[in-house]
Write a protein that binds this ligand. Structure first.
Ligand SMILES: Nc1ncnc2c1ncn2[C@@H]1O[C@H](COP(=O)(O)OP(=O)(O)OP(=O)(O)O)[C@@H](O)[C@H]1O
Ligand SMILES: [Mg+2]
Length: 130
């Protein structure tokens, strides 16, 4: 779908939020600045979080006590595949929904239930959801 503005990316996140439950893994793909964190903001906001959603750049994982609770993960700074295991994401999988930016860096070690691929368009962005 076409997302002409950042507000449309947030709105798509809100729509996705209605379909997300514990155990879901939303894998976000798309180059730098494609809108992955914006989409995550839309999801986390719609799930009831009030306040900022920062990119989890240094700790890689940020937890939110929403309903359902979510873990926001950014694999951009992942240095090796071993680190994916060390993140301990399996501990969250029964209780939380995982929202994972740069899912392609997990080298297939994490299998998303929902994939969102964001690309740049002439105006705004395109999102492909599978
Ligand atoms: N549909 C859209 N149209 C225009 N601008 C958008 C759209 N969606 C998001 N943006 C803008 O794109 C910029 C980058 O967004 P964002 O930080 O979400 O990207 P990202 O994919 O998370 O980047 P990174 O790879 O650095 O983590 C922000 O300024 C955001 O407002
Ligand atoms: Mg980001």
């Amino acid at each position: 779908m076409h997302l002409p503005t950042a507000a449309d990316t947030l709105a798509l996140g809100a729509q996705l939020a209605a379909r997300i439950g514990p155990g879901d893994i939303v894998g976000l793909m798309g180059e730098l600045g494609a809108g992955k964190t914006t989409l995550v903001r839309g999801i986390i906001g719609a799930l009831g979080h009030r306040g900022e959603v920062r990119s989890p750049t240094f700790n890689l994982v940020q937890e939110y006590e929403t309903a359902p609770p979510v873990c926001h993960v950014d694999l951009y700074r992942l240095e090796n595949i071993r680190q994916v295991i060390d993140l301990g994401l399996t501990d969250y999988m029964t209780t939380h929904a995982l929202l994972i930016e740069w899912i392609e860096r997990a080298n297939g070690l994490i299998e998303p239930t929902i994939r969102v691929h964001l690309t740049f368009a002439d105006v705004g962005r395109e999102a492909e959801i599978t």
